[in-house]
Design a protein around this ligand. Structure first.
Ligand SMILES: [Zn+2]
Length: 414
């Protein structure tokens, strides 16, 4: 039995006036996803419990079948896992964005999509500035996405707890930042680094040359999404299925590493709207030779939404359909036993440019899935389906084993 999951990150949205009341998914021409819908079922799931951040960290943990209420320990530990960073039981890791703040306004949560090399040079300076603080280190990642490790021990625990509150910088685009600095245990430590970084970076040669080239400077580090390492059971031990992940985003690589999936790196995959969709599609078809389950995550729709660009969002969905869903579906249809699902992790509204709590539509077809004849794959058809998983993490059991754990809940409460 072969399984494929395609995650167009953040593709769910609301009806747009500019699209005559359609959502980007409805407006996009997606014949392959619609073929899946005609062959199978369309439904809804919610992967963003109200009390947790509506981000890809919580939502994809749920999408992979793990209850985020029990397993979510913050975003940064997932990214640390992606980089193969071993965390001790008392260590904390913090997401460290390089950002552009001008007049207390978040001008860019990516410092103008700064390059990894430029980011590294700035973080080397930052590390030198904190050399006197033992057990604290900046870890460069990809472009603006970096980490800060704060080591702890039973005798000398780090100053944080799960009451430490931080704000994702992508939720502050074009907004005042003064009310959204970290709060709670250990927040003073984080705020000091965030404020001091302005002095470290002000006249930094990397910023001088970026300004000279008309690019945004990285003015500060923005610290958020902290946590300790999660203890996730291996996917194989839970489902007896060997999985692999195709993604360009550290968060998803980390999640895959923590559940024991292989990570397949694809040249040209960027985690942005200029990604090589066809290369990801080819890699997925190829991976089906080796793995029971192949998951393809595409960040482009989410990035387009963060930019408030509805046409770019539609284009990314049409590319995903043509270059990823189509070749995979055509390959699967030649096999005897298969099941395929397309689903985003959470909605990201083009209107607000931010992730949003809420239901997302999924489409599923293959072995044991009788067609529901609801029609095309989009939010409004999904809303008409009675196949609803309010606890989205229960969808994975349904997809893999056609096991509906929702029923047990209803039975228990009657
Ligand atoms: Zn996402």
């Amino acid at each position: 039995m072969k399984y494929v999951i395609v995650i167009p990150d953040g593709c769910a949205d609301e009806p747009q006036q500019s699209l005559d009341g359609k959502t980007p998914l409805e407006a996009a021409v997606t014949p392959a996803m619609d073929e899946l819908a005609m062959m199978g079922i369309v439904g809804r799931a919610n992967h963003t419990p109200q009390h947790l951040p509506a981000g890809s960290d919580v939502a994809n943990l749920s999408l992979l079948g793990f209850d985020p209420n029990e397993n979510f320990t913050g975003r940064a530990p997932l990214e640390a896992a992606a980089q193969g960073i071993e965390l001790g039981d008392y260590d904390w890791v913090v997401r460290c964005n390089l950002v552009t703040i001008e007049d207390q306004i978040m001008n860019s949560f990516t410092a103008g999509h700064i390059s990894s090399l430029e980011a590294q040079s700035l973080l080397e300076t930052a590390q030198a500035e904190i050399a006197s603080r033992p057990g604290v280190r900046f870890v460069p990642g990809v472009s603006y996405r970096n980490l800060l490790i704060v080591e702890g021990s039973e005798q000398r625990p780090a100053p944080f707890s799960y009451d430490t509150r931080t704000t994702p910088p992508h939720d502050l685009s074009d907004k005042l930042v003064t009310e959204d600095f970290p709060r709670g245990p250990g927040s003073g430590f984080l705020c000091d680094l965030m404020e001091e970084s302005h002095r470290w970076f002000m006249a930094h040669p990397t910023n001088v040359s970026r300004r000279a080239g008309g690019q945004l400077p990285a003015t500060n580090v923005w610290l958020w999404g902290l946590g300790k390492k999660p203890n996730l059971a291996s996917f194989q031990s839970l489902h007896d299925v060997r999985g692999a992940m195709i993604t360009a985003v550290d968060l998803l690589r980390g999640l895959a590493a923590l559940v024991g999936w292989d990570r397949i790196e694809v040249a040209g995959a960027t985690g942005y709207t200029d990604t090589d969709y066809a290369a990801k599609g080819r890699a997925a078809v190829d991976a089906l030779k080796t793995f029971d389950l192949v998951c393809v995550h595409i960040e482009a729709p989410d990035e387009a939404s963060h930019e408030g660009d509805v046409q770019k969002k539609i284009e990314s969905l049409e590319r995903i359909d043509r270059d990823i869903v189509r070749p995979i579906l055509d390959r699967l249809k030649k096999l005897d036993n298969w099941r395929m699902m397309v689903t985003p992790d959470h909605p990201t509204y083009v209107r607000t440019k931010t992730h949003t709590h809420g239901d997302v539509p999924f489409v599923m077809a293959g072995d044991g899935i009788a067609a529901d004849k609801i029609g095309l794959y989009n939010e409004s058809n999904a809303a008409n389906s009675d196949l609803y998983f309010p606890e989205g993490f229960r969808l994975m059991d349904y997809f893999l084993h056609l096991k509906d754990t929702r029923v047990q809940i209803h039975a228990a409460t009657v």
